[in-house]
Design a protein around this ligand. Sequence first.
Ligand code: AHM
Ligand code: MG
Length: 345
Amino acid sequence: PPSGLEGLDSVTLTRFVLQGQRKHQEASGDLTLLLSAVQLACKVTETCVRRAGIAKLYGLAGSGNVQGEDQKKLDVIANDTFKVNINSSEKCGVMVSEEDDLAIVCQKSSIDGSTGKYAIAFDPLDGSSNIDANVSIGTIFSIFKLNDPESVVDPESAGRAIMQPGREMVAAGYAMYGSATNLVISVGNGVHGFTLDPSLGEFVLTHPDIKIPSRGKIYSVNEGNAKNWDKATTEYIQSLKYPEEGKSTYSLRYIGSMVADVHRTLFYGGVFIYPADKKSPTGKLRLLYEAAPMAFLMEQAGGKATTGKENILDIMPSSIHQRVPVYMGSADDVADFEALAAKYA
Ligand code: AHM
Ligand code: MG
């Protein structure tokens, strides 16, 4: 912009994605259209979240999801919003949602009848336990390219088609409905943060190229589960609370919304952990739409993400709702945990 007018030049998410697309000669614009659908669904969801108290959207929907969890009214609204918008984009062949048992086959192109070449997995409203208390919640998504879109004919083949290691992801991101609404995204060239300008209804680039500090001073874990932890996790957390002479202790911050806990970890550094334990032998968080997209963002920001045994992005999913243990954050902090995990392996 002309000198003196720099402050007026807002980069919206739409412009950012379109400009990114232009750099790839072969790009058809399909990913751009899919991301527009995701962006719109985030805006609709954020409006519902902001109005929930007034519009009486708090509380249970009276149903349960496949994973035996109570569904909140907002869970159901957000899920429907994402499904409808993504389906209508016609750029996606497969959808997997935390709230739906089976993978969903999307509508085919109304122009040529072809199947959309992307697949998306999402948790429409993560952090459900925080909804009624007006604490930050969010949406998490991961987008893959289908190797053979025409092989997708029913929920089973749709599920098989999206089961790819996180490293194959073409885009990942989350929206956080907090004191402001953020959309943090990576299409494989760093992590970029946008903030919703409520007066414009546009996501504006506010945090280009986010890099996580190589070491932090915060750990984030549900410590109420400590009695069920394994030795490596127990010793690791102990080392943060009772460090050797000369080192300072870490602070504990745990919101209980993965989006908010990971968002803070990206900005301030440290570790976010949801381990496997005696009660949940594979952990709580789901690979396709919680662990892997956040791991992708962590690596793109210079951090690390592991189960303690392997890099989260290397896991070949065995089912669409598979759960994995999660240890992610600053590279040096995660490396400290990995050393302990190796000791007890
Ligand atoms: P949800 O998808 O049902 O909301 O569950 C996932 C959430 C994460 O956001 C968060 O990290 C975790 O559950 C908190 O679990 P806990 O209450 O066991 O600490
Ligand atoms: Mg969730």
